[in-house]
Design a protein around this ligand. Structure first.
Ligand code: PGA
Length: 252
């Protein structure tokens, strides 16, 4: 039994006042949705204020963590610092990190290892570009992204209790969503990739869909048997929309 998970990726949006107001508004709207896990991932600087305002209604997530323990890594935030202030989840390998900051599988695996060692649950993002899809390389790209990270993890760590978010790059922030059938096909494929690594992982690991998920398309996507939740960007900045997606997951 996989508990549905809805995670809001606030990306680099909002000043502290906005973050606290959004957290308050989300908090007010998600009471009673006990059958699912809800996570909000504000920018690093807003984490303590958001934690204070959420008061346990949703889990706190970060949008990245460092690839090394505390020390000489200017500009980075160590996984144990995040765990220390109550962060439970961390998004890793988001396509924006890969595209704008050159994060590759080795870097993402190092961050994943740090997250696991600090007790955070990674949300590992994978997904193909439009060009890769049109070239018929979607499955190869996605399998490669998962295996390249998993192969680099310490065997004592493994993918563990992490989560995978399938986020086709062409659907992120574009308003263009994968159809429910496309999402289901890729999620089933990802389960197969995990099953080849470890049959236990295939059935237990939660797979989220991300890419322009909104209240209007969430129910359809979340009804797919291998879609266990969503990673929500734009719609997570609107408490009403985010709560509507959470409610769809809870009904699911
Ligand atoms: P979107 O972003 O919902 O705005 O497409 C999703 C994401 O980048 O995680």
């Amino acid at each position: 039994m996989r508990t549905p998970l809805i995670a809001g990726n606030w990306k680099m949006n909002g000043l502290s006042e906005d973050a606290v107001a959004l957290a308050a508004s989300v908090s007010d709207r998600i009471g009673g949705l006990d059958a699912i896990e809800i996570v909000v991932c504000p920018p690093f600087v807003h984490l303590p204020a958001v934690a204070e305002r959420l008061r346990g209604g949703a889990y706190l997530g970060a949008q990245n963590c460092a690839d090394a323990p505390q020390g000489a890594r200017t500009g980075e935030v160590a996984a144990d610092m995040l765990a220390d202030i109550g962060v439970r989840y961390v998004i890793l390998g988001h396509s924006e990190r890969r595209a704008f900051y050159g994060e590759d599988s080795a870097m993402i695996a190092a961050r994943y290892t740090q997250a696991m060692e600090s007790g955070l649950r990674p949300i590992l993002c994978v997904g193909e570009t439009l060009e890769e899809r049109e070239d018929g390389r979607t499955e190869d790209v996605v399998a490669g992204q998962i295996n390249d990270v998993a192969d680099r993890l310490e065997s004592s760590v493994g993918l563990g209790d992490g989560v995978i978010a399938y986020e086709p790059v062409w659907a992120i922030g574009t308003g263009r969503t994968a159809t429910a059938a496309q999402a289901q096909a890729m999620h089933a494929f990802i389960r197969g990739v995990l099953g080849e690594r470890d049959p236990g992982l295939a059935g237990g690991m939660r797979l989220l869909y991300g890419g322009s998920m909104k209240p209007g398309n969430a129910a359809d996507l979340l009804a797919q048997p291998d879609v266990d939740g969503g990673l929500i960007g734009g719609a997570s900045l609107n408490a009403e929309d985010f709560a509507a997606i959470c409610a769809a997951a809870a009904r699911g």
